[in-house]
Ligand binder design. Structure first.
Ligand SMILES: Nc1ncnc2c1ncn2[C@@H]1O[C@H](COP(=O)(O)OP(=O)(O)O)[C@@H](O)[C@H]1O
Ligand SMILES: [Mg+2]
Length: 245
């Protein structure tokens, strides 16, 4: 088990060219928590993930990770995007082991096993389906033993069935590992299926948050599931999305 990171986000503001994208955002995330962030397009979700990854620095405010301010690239974090971003000239195992120190090579087969692709280690990425490529991207993230997994709509391009399978896989590896997750998704059901807490970002602020107390594994036909998803979607739809400073 890895220990997930604790995050404390205090008064976070981020401006792009005079435009406030994040405005005074406060959020605390406990180690090992699974937080889903939903909200309209352009509300600042990806920007928040980029700040947590250390790819951007806050214009104002602070992000504390395990009590220390983030500065530069966040070495405890791994990011996964909608596209797998695999190197086409390297085999599956090479992609998973990318950037790992030589003494961690054993992590590659472990990570591929976690995502059920141990028998595809020597294949080229182009011979895999979209869902399998995303599983390789997940294995690559896991191989780095992250304390924080940042997911930016990672299942957005997958067909409905593959998506449901991938959700189950993400839940499984998270429960087996103990890292902290921040998942950005536009799919409210996905958020309710996976997260301990669903946060709505609107106009660069947290507009509301909902604890999801449903037992795991989550079932879409359980009594409170549909009600929670509907309530969150209704809240998103009542918000406005544009803001200028
Ligand atoms: N590198 C950038 N330069 C200028 N504006 C940006 C940049 N990245 C994002 N934005 C703007 O910031 C706002 C929030 O973007 P983003 O965080 O990607 O939103 P979301 O992920 O919620 O759709 C959008 O209006 C977007 O156009
Ligand atoms: Mg985005």
């Amino acid at each position: 088990m890895v220990r997930g990171v604790r995050l404390e986000i205090r008064g976070l503001c981020h401006c792009y060219g005079g435009r406030d994208v994040l405005r005074d955002l406060d959020l605390e995330i406990v180690p090992g928590e699974f937080v889903a962030v939903v909200g309209r397009s352009g509300s600042g979700k990806t920007t928040l993930l980029r700040l947590l990854a250390g790819l951007e620095s806050p214009t104002y405010g602070a992000i504390l990770q395990d009590g220390s301010p983030l500065s530069g690239l966040n070495r405890r974090a791994r990011l996964m995007f909608q596209d797998a971003r695999l190197l086409p000239w390297d085999r599956v195992a090479g992609n998973v082991g990318l950037g790992l120190p030589a003494d961690r090579a054993g992590r590659v087969s472990w990570a591929l096993e976690q995502v059920g692709l141990e028998d595809r280690a020597e294949d080229w990425p182009r011979t895999l389906s979209g869902g399998q490529q995303q599983r390789v991207a997940l294995a690559r993230a896991l191989a780095g033993s992250p304390g924080l997994l940042l997911l930016d709509e990672p299942l957005g391009a997958l067909d409905a069935l593959t998506r449901i399978e991938m959700q189950a896989l993400v839940a499984q590896v998270w429960q087996a590992s103990g890292f902290t997750v921040v998942l950005v998704t536009h799919d409210v059901e996905e958020a309710v299926t996976l997260a301990d807490r669903v946060i709505i970002v609107d106009q660069g602020r947290i507009a509301s948050e909902t604890q999801i107390h449903l037992p795991r594994p989550r079932r879409r036909d359980s009594p409170h599931y549909a009600g929670l998803a509907e309530q969150i979607l209704a809240r998103i739809l009542t918000k406005n999305s544009e803001t200028f400073c």
